[in-house]
Design a protein around this ligand. Sequence first.
Ligand SMILES: Cc1ncc(COP(=O)(O)O)c(C=O)c1O
Length: 466
Amino acid sequence: MSNGSSAERIATELRAELAGAPAGSRVPSTRSLTDRFGASPVTVQQAMRLLVRQGLVESRTGAGTFVRPSAPAPRADFGWQTAALGPVPSGGGEVGSTLQNPADDVIALHSGYPADDLLPVRAVRAALARASRSRSAIDRPPAAGVPELRTWFAHEVAEATTSAGGAPAASDVVVMPGGQSALSSVFRSLARPGDTVLMESPGYWGAIAAARQAGLVVVPVPRDGDGAVDPVVLAEAFERTRARLFYAMPHFANPTGSAWSPREASAILDVVRQNAAFLVEDDWAHDFALDVPVRPLVAEDPDGHVVYVRSLTKSLSPAVRIAAVIARGPAGSRIRTDRVIDGLYVSGVLQTAALEVVTAPGWAAHGRRMREQLRRRRDALVALVDAHLPGTLTAVPAGGLNLWLRLPDGSDAELFTARAASRGVLVSPGAEWFPAEPTGPFVRLNYSGPDPSRFGEAVRILADCL
Ligand SMILES: Cc1ncc(COP(=O)(O)O)c(C=O)c1O
């Protein structure tokens, strides 16, 4: 230390030195500090007074200066806030266990996100690098989305259209920052707080939470066994609740994996039309159709009863948050307005990168390879569940990313989930997927995330936990 240190500098150095010292430790004497810092006794005493004022040390007359016990941080009281805010709109606690980030050694069958080997990682990286060097890294894109990307989303549906006038146009598309935002926007735009939304049950926890956050009342409509909702039951629910919205996943529902047959789809759409209502078609697993391709219901919907949601999060990369809503007529323009009010527009860089990947010549081949691997993962997990947890698998899904297991009657799915977690296997407890009480002890296993070479170990642990 140079001669003539100032009081502040001495205090700063001592503060750092004493930070880890136990309470009650003696601070060196003034004399030793004057020698050490080459400062006058007055300067050293000024430094000590600074430390006393900061609550770090205390001087005891005749005994010296000592480090003070650190005062406990004052405990904040936010009770007033809960009183001021009232009940939690979404009901609270709905953030799904699927978003948990597990430790590395855990076998994560709970998550909804495909592993890297199922994603076009190199293409995404290259597209992001190229987009970052283009004008899209700087420019503000149009509010409803980059025109070519809107055209691509519309074309994806139009390919499945057979009737004249059925296909949506690019102008019916609005680009969204992910499927979850799309659902929130649709619920906010097409219903008002207090309105009812009918939902297939079990169904996607994020849709249940988004509808409640928008102030809607979620009324479950049970799926009929492994299939679709019964059109008669749906018609009764419309009649009873006067709902104008029905949210469903007709193609490989999350979590059950079940799908509507064309006949069921047509009967359900008739009920929706008769009730002058909207079907929110969440086509979340469009790219994960393992046995037969998806034919979106919006492809044959000239009068705008179907509001269609498609996300690329799980097929491109969880970091590229791009999705789209397709909706016609005033519903479409209300959703586009909501998007602007909620977030003005979606990052142009992400839209440009997503567009490059999905329009590249390699995209179709990647899709075929990815589905082949996914099929192998599904079949491996199904075989293990059949062997070690016999009778629990509700159905072999023809698409999607999940198996839906019903544990033996009398089992406690929450306890089972907790026990499995304590042994390093994460699964998603069934109760999260029901808008009301669960109808049995269910759990969901995702076959797209974990390393398939650990499926055997995981299922044996699950069998043990049961
Ligand atoms: C059925 C369903 N819909 C929508 C979403 C939300 O999609 P995104 O991840 O693009 O926000 C998910 C995500 O898990 C989902 O499972």
